[in-house]
Design a protein around this ligand. Structure first.
Ligand SMILES: Cc1cc2nc3c(=O)[nH]c(=O)nc-3n(C[C@H](O)[C@H](O)[C@H](O)COP(=O)(O)O)c2cc1C
Length: 345
């Protein structure tokens, strides 16, 4: 995603893409001074790969299995809101690219198209939810996602309140424009609800959610190793080390800096994924070497969608695949599992 003329903040790159500047700032921006947003990328830039040589690794095999789903590579699409503001094809367009690439799309609770339409693309879908204090409503959303074919639930736990997004505040951007809605926030009568954030929610909420669904549950937004241990104790199936792309707590630890301690705490009991600042195949290799099972990308997918619809997202995913394959070869690995933490300095 680096522009030829080398912009300072790569999150700001797609200046040439025809996006409404208010929406562009919504997609690009982070919380507060955007220190964490920048640090996610910088922390990857400060990691160096130590290649192994003469290992006879041969042709690479990027395939990965997550909760019974076979993926062609360990790169997934992170849940991001409002795809129809980036391109008329919306989440359905992103899902088409995910299906073509053979990876998983995590559909945001703030998606602008119904999960049933997105699932009709044939893409492997996971559904992201913010824990909703109205548990009847939450069960309804989860049931609907399961019925549509979503194979796992991603519960975002880093948002007890909304981050202070200063770009959005400056623009007065709060709600979707007329004609757009969070289509998966409809109750059983078809009425739209607002996404609720509730700082009172605790592990008991996760326990009840756990008891209410047979779908695998991943917690997204884990940075502290003690929370990772608690998640395993509460029967969670997977973790996503994430700081919401720097959009929630400004000053939060960069994800690649948080990853090793979380991986140690989990001790191979459940998969640990990571998102935030992954822009190149080398970033993927660093995360995998440090113990991530897979990574997710957020903004790169949005820029691909804005620039070229489903084909643009496909280009982003295929570029990452090529770079990952190439970097693995140069690092002396055939498969992601061949990488080890001593290959990152
Ligand atoms: C525009 C935008 C909208 C997002 N919406 C959601 C969301 O609805 N739910 C969620 O769990 N995370 C959301 N995220 C966070 C992403 O899932 C992910 O953590 C982050 O984008 C990863 O960082 P990256 O953009 O540097 O790849 C959003 C991120 C962006 C940039």
């Amino acid at each position: 995603m680096t522009e030829p003329d080398g912009a300072a903040n790569r999150a700001d790159l797609p200046g040439r893409v025809a996006l409404n500047p208010v929406h562009r700032d919504f997609f690009a921006g982070g919380a507060g001074e955007e220190r964490t947003l920048r640090r996610n990328e910088e922390a990857f830039a400060q990691r160096w790969i130590v290649p192994r040589v003469l290992r006879g690794a041969g042709a690479r095999d990027l395939r990965t299995t997550l909760f019974g789903t076979d993926l062609t590579m360990p790169v997934l699409i992170a849940p991001t809101a409002f795809h129809r503001l980036a391109h008329p094809a919306g989440e359905v367009g992103t899902a088409r690219a995910a299906a073509a690439a053979g990876t998983i799309m995590v559909l945001s609770m703030a998606a602008t198209q119904p999960v049933e339409d997105v699932a009709a693309t044939g893409a492997h879908l996971w559904m992201q939810v913010y824990p909703q204090p109205d548990e009847d409503f939450q069960r309804h959303v989860v049931k609907r996602a399961g019925a549509a074919g979503c194979r796992a639930l991603v519960v975002t736990v880093d948002s007890p309140v909304l981050g202070r997004r200063e770009r959005d505040r400056r623009h007065g951007f709060r709600d979707l424009p007329a004609g757009f809605a969070c289509e998966n926030m409809r109750d059983a009568d078809g009425r739209l609800r607002d996404i609720a954030m509730d700082p009172a929610l605790s592990w008991e909420h996760i326990d009840r959610l756990r008891a209410s669904t047979g779908l695998p549950i991943l917690l997204k937004g884990i940075l502290h190793p003690q929370d990772a241990r608690l998640a395993v104790e509460h029967g969670v199936d997977g973790l996503i080390v994430s700081n919401h792309g720097g959009r929630q707590l400004d000053g939060a630890l960069a994800t690649v800096d948080a990853l090793p301690a979380v991986v140690r705490a989990v001790d191979n009991r459940i998969p640990v994924l990571l998102d935030g600042g992954v822009r190149r195949g080398a970033d993927v290799v660093v995360a995998l070497a440090l113990g991530a099972t897979a990574v997710l990308v957020g903004r790169p997918v949005i820029w691909g969608l804005a620039a070229g619809g489903p084909g643009g997202v496909r280009d982003v995913l295929e570029t990452l695949r090529d770079e990952l394959d190439h970097t693995l070869a140069l690092a002396g690995a055939r498969r992601p599992a061949d990488l080890s933490a001593d290959q990152v300095a």
